[in-house]
Design a binder for this molecule. Sequence first.
Ligand code: SF4
Length: 570
Amino acid sequence: MKIVVAKTAGFCMGVRRAVDMVLDASNLSQEPIYTYGPLIHNPQVLEMLEEKKIFRIDTIPEKGSGIVLIRAHGVPPEDEKALKDAGFTVINATCPRVVRVQVIIRKYAQKGYSTLIIGDQKHPEVVGLLGYAKGNGHTITSMAQLLALPRFKAAVVVAQTTQDTAFYDEIKVWCKTHAPHYKIFDTICGSTEKRQSEIRRLARENDAVIVVGGKQSGNTKRLAQIASMAGKLVTHIEDASQIDYKTLSSARSVAITAGASTPNWIINDACSKIETNLQKLHPIKAALFLLRDFLLKTNIMAAAGAGFLTYACSVLQQTAQSFHHALIAMLYVLSMQIINNLFTIKSDKYNHPQRALFYKKNRTYLWVLAVISGGAGLYLSFITGMLSFVILLVMSLLGLSYNLKLVPIISKKGQIARIKDIPGSKTILITLAWGTVTCLLPAVANHSDLMPVAVIFLFAAGLVFARTAFFDILAIQGDRITGKETLPILLGEKKSFDIIKYALIFNIGIIFLTVFTDLLVKRAFFLAFIPFIMLLLISFFEKDNLISGAHKEFIIESSFLATGLIAAVI
Ligand code: SF4
């Protein structure tokens, strides 16, 4: 069965901006924080906000204190004033595209125009827009309603930003023919238009459509309606547990899309489960998907990648005992990754629900595996030499300090913090740790020359940095919500992608330059193929969403295995 994921699935700009604003306020302020109405129509996000002590108010009290965030839909101007008058500090997170519609309505209402809003009277955005119409606003959800209205002397016509574009086109045609003096504005958001035209196409091209998102979310429901109009089987779910796989069993292809208020970790989780369950009809594919998920969840894939990369570094340095060093790196990475995942079960509930469940269920076995692999790695480094052992011990303690208060660090608030509390530390720590075990440990054991080691360290660390920062981008929404300050959260997605690309280009450059020197063996040139492929893949993933997050992770992890394989044959 073919499964495609819509490129436009997930948070739109306005929703992402509002979520970011409320999380920033929660991280920076000690005051109570409220949202006026539900921030977005997604039950999982609302549950998470309550856990972060961000509550919602639905009515404005006479007196209040703290911060109130106005969500992306906006509110009538009198509500904003009433919130301020009550004593709240107001953060207005109305989407700039909604603000544009508010401005249009206010401008023409002041000139005496009537306002026709194509949208649901009860939708919060429409309620907010009506507030700018100076009491002369009318909402329309059908042609019959439009025809029932009197012909106004002067009227402005706008649409709710998430309206169905085909319906608005009908309205516009009628107005141009029967009321050419009406001023019509294209106010349907570009993001909505793209989402709707993509789902129309996907519904035509596939046998079934799964729409992921809150049952209360207007734009998500509209996606399901549009897909149904193509006569295809459509399922609207809030998460993967609600899918009836039997009804989908006859479909040869399934398209998955999501509303503008669906976070990407819910989409990724749903895609991964749908892929695995729907492929059960094809036992080999089902087994491969299960294997992929198992290797990723247990971190065996990451550990194998570290081992293969170490092998490549050892071959480049022409050191002895390549397999021995590869094994140490594998055991170290396996142990550290499992331990850190065990410490983050609670926050992973949001951004990696499947992994969180797996770690919760198998907590004891995973602790045993982590301790045994960590201990075995230390033992192997000990028999390699005292210096190797000390370096690995220090790296292990640093790895543990990521989640535990082992190393005294003073936070902004003057308290002892963990390494994880240092903004951006995760990407840097993993890069340094992997660089050390994959390159420095073999070099120390073999007393390698400094310059070749420095070049190989930059090569290994560059690849690991690109991998880790890319995974951080994939998890950016969940990390933000759970309070992790990864590099992409600090720098933004676009800058992070740029830095990843520069790191990989730098990596290709270093290997290329060594061809003209005697620093490395000449055939090391072939390893430049790996950063080159990663550069192409990450650039493709940046633009394209048709591949699920689990696939992307697996493909990038696989490139580390390729590093070792290339080193084995050159
Ligand atoms: S759908 Fe468009 S207008 Fe509405 S919040 Fe998202 S970006 Fe803004």
